[in-house]
Design a protein around this ligand. Structure first.
Ligand code: C2E
Ligand code: CA
Ligand code: CA
Length: 668
């Protein structure tokens, strides 16, 4: 059975290997013209030598008929080769070729035998030579179609061997033996060649599959490296690449374009409250809105988190940019319908225009980001274009950063102190320390500016430590009942090392920790709530108190406040400044004061500047206050006189039966 199936396999066409089939058909079609050329040329020579000695039907008509069939086949193969073959066509062609080879073989053999009796010994030798040489040539040409080659060998060589081997002619018999040997050798070569040919095709196929696979892999890698998996938008890396490309292509003086940066307002609360799945859906909707905007004429990328980048390939003037920004902001502020929630999220945008805003990818990117930062501060949900004024601000900030980098903090930093008064008992109960930097290069720099610069430079912990030591040295000289409030930056709170070092500085000082309040801002909570909580616990463990500064300006919610080990809240001065005129501010101050009473927090009302504000705050239930009305921040050496004056005024007030609370105002 296995032998039979092997034999059958030799005569079959490999239908299960289409690539082999096509390769066979292709190689075969290249050899076909050669095969028929050999056949016809040799047949013509034989007809010629027998012309006259053999009848015309053998020298003219029969070979002509065979020649017509051969030429038709050549034309047929040539046309199919030019058209290109499908697997099915190739299979049909190859399968049809094997029987045809046998039929043509039989036809030519019969013709040769028919000619043999006519003519002399030379002509007979020519017949024999014709048969032998033609069959060898044709077998070679059929080497890519084993079945046809073997069949042809069978139908020609076997009758020829029998005919000439039994002719009794020693020369013919010797040639017959030679031909049989050559044919056997040829069959062996053919089998090996065919094997090598199929191996080659298999290797080629494997190689092509490997290539296709590596192409697929590299496509996938490209996708992963350049696309954001959530929104399928280009990612930050691709955005920067695109920006570089545009810059490389842009012609000097022509082709201005716009870089934009979008940041969502109110995304974080939605993400925190409803979970990441809802947050993800919201981001996908945002991506859709920006992508569909202006029929997709913008290049949009997700830069990370809730930040998106834009490239607008148009030369827009200021008012057109303003219009575009407003339209985008409108599109982004439409409510987002999500499962279980309709989220009121908006987007702020910063734009920077090439080339007047910046000329490198880095400049354009940073400046759009700067404009975005201003949009978020000035009016959330608006768009701002980077301007000359911003450019001047950046230069000023750079000057501050450079001066701060080189400053001798020990010499140039100093604390000033602003009293915190309790209006119920009419006297100062503590001071808030506020940093001052007298830069040797720039002169006095406001703390809001240099603290932010120190944060950007990553050196704010140095500032904090220098100030902490100086402040505590001063506090040591104060009356024992006088407290101090010390500000910590959000970056200090985020770093366990800095918190540890501040705690060691307190321990190394002679000030009892319970006299110290550490003030932290809401930003610290928003950035890293878990670490902020740890830091507050460490401060509590030390024995000091904790205070949440500028309450009401950031994002911290009531749940934040409840979960944290806090002792005090400080109501931001923005609510106090219009407390007389604005009912909303009044409501907020009252709500926070009530909250503090319920949670047993102390509450400090900041920024009190007028008598009317004092009265208003007292009516709402607050009595601990801080502000220019009582005193501006003062130098350490002024504190002693201030406290003495306050004590004297208090005594006077008591003897003149004035209100004790008047004493603090007179001291300031
Ligand atoms: P803050 O912690 O909210 O400090 C109160 C700020 O309000 C101080 O500004 C103070 O001078 C000012 N102020 C007090 N009363 C009034 C008032 O009645 N009216 C008005 N208009 N302003 C009043 P200052 O000293 O310029 O400090 C600004 C901010 O810089 C501080 O705000 C605080 O966030 C930061 N800062 C100051 N010193 C330090 C420090 O040592 N470390 C850290 N991390 N930040 C500090
Ligand atoms: Ca403060
Ligand atoms: Ca404050």
């Amino acid at each position: 059975m296995p032998i039979l199936s092997k034999v059958l396999a030799v005569f079959s066409v490999p239908g299960d290997r289409p690539e082999l089939l096509l390769a066979q058909a292709k190689a075969f079609s290249r050899q076909i013209p050669l095969l028929y050329f050999i056949l016809l040329a040799n047949a013509a020579a034989l007809s010629y030598t027998h012309f006259g000695s053999a009848p015309a039907y053998l020298t003219v008509y029969f070979p002509s008929a065979l020649a017509v069939v051969c030429i038709a086949r050549v034309v047929f193969w040539w046309r199919s080769r030019r058209k290109g073959l499908t697997v099915k066509q190739a299979k049909r062609l190859l399968m049809g070729t094997t029987p045809l080879a046998a039929v043509l073989g039989i036809g030519f053999v019969a013709w040769s035998f028919a000619l043999f009796p006519y003519g002399d010994a030379h002509q007979q030798a020519h017949v024999f030579f014709y048969m032998a040489i033609t069959v060898i040539g044709c077998i070679f040409c059929l080497m890519h179609l084993r079945s046809a080659a073997f069949l042809l060998a069978g139908v020609v060589v076997v009758p020829m061997t029998l005919f000439f081997g039994s002719s009794g002619q020693p020369v013919f018999m010797a040639i017959t033996i030679n031909i049989v040997l050559v044919t056997l050798a040829m069959i062996a070569i053919l089998i090996r060649h065919y094997q090598e040919f199929t191996d080659l095709i298999a290797t080629k196929k494997a190689l092509m599959e490997k290539n296709a696979q590596s192409r697929r892999l590299s496509d996938e890698n490209y996708r992963l490296a350049n696309l954001d998996s959530l929104t399928a938008l280009p990612n930050r890396r691709r955005f920067l690449e695109e920006l570089d490309d545009r810059l490389a292509r842009v012609q000097p003086g022509a082709g201005n374009f716009l870089v934009g940066m979008i940041d969502l307002d109110g995304f974080k609360p939605v993400n925190d409250a409803f979970g990441h799945a809802v947050g993800d859906k919201l981001l996908v909707q945002v991506a859709g809105r920006v992508t569909n905007f202006q029929d997709g004429r913008l290049f949009v990328a997700r830069l990370g988190g809730d930040e998106f980048g834009l490239i607008v390939d148009e030369d827009l003037d200021n008012s057109e940019i303003e219009h575009l920004g407003a339209q985008l902001c409108d599109a982004l502020s439409e409510p987002y319908v999500l499962p279980d929630v309709i989220a009121p999220v908006a987007g702020s945008i910063g734009f920077c225009r090439y080339p007047d805003g910046g000329r490198t990818a880095e400049e354009l990117f940073e400046r759009a980001d700067y404009a975005l930062y201003h949009a978020k501060r000035a009016q959330r949900g608006s768009a701002i274009l980077f301007s000359d004024q911003h450019s001047d601000e950046i230069k000023a900030l750079n000057r501050v950063e450079n001066a701060l980098r080189e400053a001798d903090l020990e010499v140039e930093l100093r604390p000033v102190f602003q009293p915190i008064v309790d209006m119920e008992i009419g006297r100062t109960i503590g001071f808030e320390s506020l940093a001052r930097w007298d830069s040797s290069k720039l002169g006095p720099v406001p703390p809001a500016v240099f603290i932010a610069a120190a944060e950007r430079l990553g050196i704010v912990s140095n500032v904090t430590e220098v100030l902490a030591r100086k402040v505590l040295r001063n506090v040591n000289t104060w009356p024992m009942d006088m407290r101090v409030s010390f500000n910590l930056s959000a970056k200090d709170i985020a770093s366990p090392e800095t918190v540890d070092r501040v705690i060691s500085i307190v321990r190394a000082s002679c000030v009892q920790p319970h006299r110290i309040d550490f003030e932290i801002t809401e930003t610290a909570l928003v950035n890293d709530f878990v670490q902020a909580k740890k830091a507050l616990h460490a401060i509590r463990k030390l024995g000091a108190k904790t205070s949440l500064d500028d309450f009401g300006t950031g994002y911290s919610s009531l749940s934040h406040v409840r979960q944290l080990p806090l002792d005090k809240l400080k109501i931001d001065r923005s609510f106090v400044s219009d407390i007389e005129t604005d009912q909303a501010s009044r409501d907020i101050v009252k709500a926070v004061l009530d909250l503090c009473r319920n949670l047993r927090f102390e509450c400090v009302v900041e920024g009190v500047e007028t008598e009317a504000q004092v009265e208003m705050v007292r009516d709402l239930g607050g009595h601990v206050m801080q502000g220019y009305l009582f005193a501006k921040p003062m130098r350490p050496e002024e504190i002693s006189d201030y406290l003495t004056a306050e004590r004297q005024n208090l005594r006077c007030a008591v003897s003149h039966s004035d209100e004790p609370r008047d004493a603090v105002r007179k001291a300031g």
